[in-house]
Design a protein around this ligand. Sequence first.
Ligand code: GDG
Length: 459
Amino acid sequence: MSAPGRARLVVVSNRVALPRQTATGGLASALQAALRERGGLWFGWSGKLAAETAATVHRLHDARVDYATIDLSHADYDDFYTGFANGALWPMLHYRPDLVDYQRSYLDGYLRVNETFADRLQQLITPDDVLWVHDYHLIPLAAMLRRRGVKNRIGFFLHTPLPAAGLLIALPNHRELLETLVSYDLIGVHTTRDLRALEDYFLHETGATMRRDGRMRSANGRLFRGAAFPISIDTADIAEAARSAGSNRELGQLRDSLEGRALIIGVDRLDYSKGLPQRFQAYARLLERAPELHRRITFLQIAPPSRGAVLEYRQIRRELERSAGHINGKYAAPDWAPIRYINKSFPHKLLTGYYRAARVGLVTPLRDGMNLVAKEYVASQDPGNPGVLVLSRFAGAAQELTDALLVNPADTEEVADALQQALAMPLAERRRRWNAMMAVLRKNDITAWCNAFLQALGR
Ligand code: GDG
């Protein structure tokens, strides 16, 4: 096998962000940046539905990257994607066992699609390739490839948090699923907290043992390792995009419409893990107790809809419409709306301009693997006059961005306090905090993340 540094990189993820597609997910944003830098093959679902799963493999080549995608049948989409991945695994991994909708037929569909991925992928790879599989949709893929005789190095990265073993065991058939992870050579997670959970699960629930060299040995004798790799952004690229967005017409329109008011911004996929109802409540609390801020602030929440096929996502959408309407109904004046709530996505470059125009970045997920919006907000700031990040303690990003104002997203008063503190923060303190966070992001950018993972996988 050639050194992984030189070997071809094959990235596998459920969704593939094809060239010139707007990527509104963290995984897509990060992998797009990583592959553009290094070249390689990206394999996954096309995002399209067809009569049959994977009848053909669609191929495309652009800027050093080969793309190979397959369509999913309606039944596979329902069972694998909507049913098991987003209806059972996602809530479980985000500490919401109450929302888990487990059905054996969903798990069967999930395993079926992973088998199809393994079949198609096997035809696309050569023995020297290094495989990097992403996220909770594809947990058993390596085990299925190994059964087909694939001996390549295979790494896995989990983009969500990993809850403690005590919670994970509430997932029916958890061992059937999670034990397949031992077929990867390296399992990457975002934070040391996630890593502790991973090791705890294997050591206490599956009979694996820890060796002196930090690798684990599974009950059936396979050696594998877990490690933390906090994902990041293309820091320099985002800083430059935000700087040059200044001349953008839409950004000018936003600035004009503010008429000098301080902007608070939130940008999140519309997802219950992002803490949006609690965030709206905290903002309402701020308006209630600080009348002097009325007409002087505007909260812009951008929340592109996602996973509309899952009931909880439709419910939260309705809940937020009600809540935003309620806040505006109660506090708005003929010439001022305290909250602007938008359910659509924007070009990424424009977002960086919006971040820069905002005095406060409000990022308060209940649980989040990392949260790239927090990092993008920091990287987009004007060094001479940076804004303040208010960040949930339960986002992975809080482990690195310790100079943000860290809050418990469920604590309405604490979030309202932090907003007030952020809006009043003197320039010198804003600059000190921003410089400290920016130093972290310059050092650990997306390239560093990618290299750290691939180097560890090569060892
Ligand atoms: C998962 C994990 C982890 C958002 N709205 C628009 C838009 N976005 C972009 C953002 C950012 C990305 O989507 C969102 O990333 P996050 O990390 O904040 O959240 P998830 O989508 O939940 O990502 C997360 C991540 O994977 C990576 O491992 O950090 O914890 O949940 O890049 O800018 N992009 C565009 N228009 C939008 O309206 N173009």
